[in-house]
Design a protein around this ligand. Structure first.
Ligand code: NDP
Length: 321
């Protein structure tokens, strides 16, 4: 069976990836002729898996990569990789890659620009006024008087920061290592967190989920924000301590929260966050890459590893992103 055609396995325990099969087959025909595409199910026979050279996945069953003798690539079908790195038995030198897509970053910039305009132009207050049939013009300020902080200045965060700066906002960015971005005031590392947060009108998280960022948005973190700030979470739900958010909202310290990501997705219908005053929920739709881009990048990387080249967009497994 080890002589069988190299196989790319589409695999997730939590999502049905069969809809991506056709796109991967077309990408394979273009960029990696002879590559077979197989969609994993819990019933996929072990013999079928012996020819797998690449996994394109989301929540891949724990221990599966370690059982595949020809595996050379573990590729996330999204921008994040935390669900792949949770496997303690990953072969040590197996490259793990992610999707990096400028169009996805532009989509993220649209989403955050919408949120910034919504609160900067007081649409939350105006919508409340409308329910009371109240005609009252809010004071108008220039965008430069509205300070937005972006946590994470990677593929997503940098594009978001550039877009907000181009619209005149006072943009600040925070990352692990020092960064330079035209028109953006940058801060780096845990010691800069408090001064970075202190004067923000809105803070947007675009951080990957790692051991350092899990539970980062806790009571102390919310206390470090300026009263009346808005919190936007586009990173991962596990970074937010929900009771801390609820306390910050209920005390009036936080003006509002826009949440696109949650620890459990889809957010269960009985989750109290749906009805929490001041919370705006979107269903993990801030931005996604197209199926064509996902399949194209992963098949190209499969072709690269099959001829001994390093794949593109590999993450640092130690760092976690
Ligand atoms: P990147 O890996 O390109 O960038 C990550 C950024 O986060 C880097 O600037 C990095 O700093 C910074 N960072 C990581 N850890 C820390 C830390 N401990 N302290 C300070 N800064 C840190 O990722 P992307 O921009 O592509 O994506 C970021 C995340 O956004 C994804 O992992 C995913 O969770 C989320 N996402 C959500 C989407 C949605 O629709 N809601 C869509 C796409 C992504 P440094 O530059 O110093 O390394």
């Amino acid at each position: 069976m080890n002589d069988a055609a190299p196989t790319l396995l589409l695999c997730s325990e939590t999502d049905d990836l069969s809809g991506l099969c056709g796109e991967f087959e077309r990408a394979a025909a273009r960029a990696c002729p002879g590559l077979r595409v197989l969609c994993w199910t819990p019933d996929t026979a072990t013999t079928e898996l012996q020819s797998v050279v690449a996994i394109a996945g989301w929540f891949v069953p724990l221990g599966l990569p370690a059982r595949l003798p020809r595996l050379r690539l573990l590729a996330s079908i999204g921008a994040g990789v935390e669900h792949l790195l949770r496997d303690p038995d990953l072969p040590p030198d197996l490259p793990v890659t992610r999707i990096v897509d400028p169009a996805q970053a532009r989509g993220m910039a649209e989403y955050v620009l919408w949120a910034a305009l919504h609160f900067h132009r007081d649409l939350d207050r105006l919508l409340a006024q409308q329910t009371r049939r109240e005609w009252r013009m809010p004071a108008q300020r220039p965008a430069s008087a509205y300070r937005v902080g972006i946590m994470g200045l990677g593929a997503m965060g940098a594009e978001v920061a550039r877009t907000l700066a181009a619209h005149g906002f006072d943009v600040h960015g925070w990352s692990r290592r020092p960064a330079t971005l035209p028109g953006v005031t940058t801060w780096a590392g845990p010691e800069a967190m408090c001064p970075f947060l202190a004067e923000l009108d809105m803070v947007v998280s675009l951080l990957p989920l790692t051991p350092e960022t899990r539970g980062l948005f806790n009571a102390d973190w919310f206390a470090a924000l300026k009263p009346g700030a808005v919190f936007v979470n586009c990173g991962r739900g596990e970074q937010l301590v929900v009771p801390a958010l609820q306390d910050a909202l209920r005390s009036g310290h936080l003006r509002s929260a826009v949440l696109d990501v949650f620890e459990h997705e889809p957010l269960p219908a009985d989750d109290p966050l749906w009805a929490e005053p001041g919370v705006l929920i979107t269903p993990h739709m801030a931005s996604s890459a197209s199926a064509e881009v996902i399949a194209g990048q992963i098949v190209e990387n499969t072709a690269r590893v099959l001829v001994g080249q390093a794949p593109l967009h590999a993450v640092d497994r130690q760092r976690g992103y």
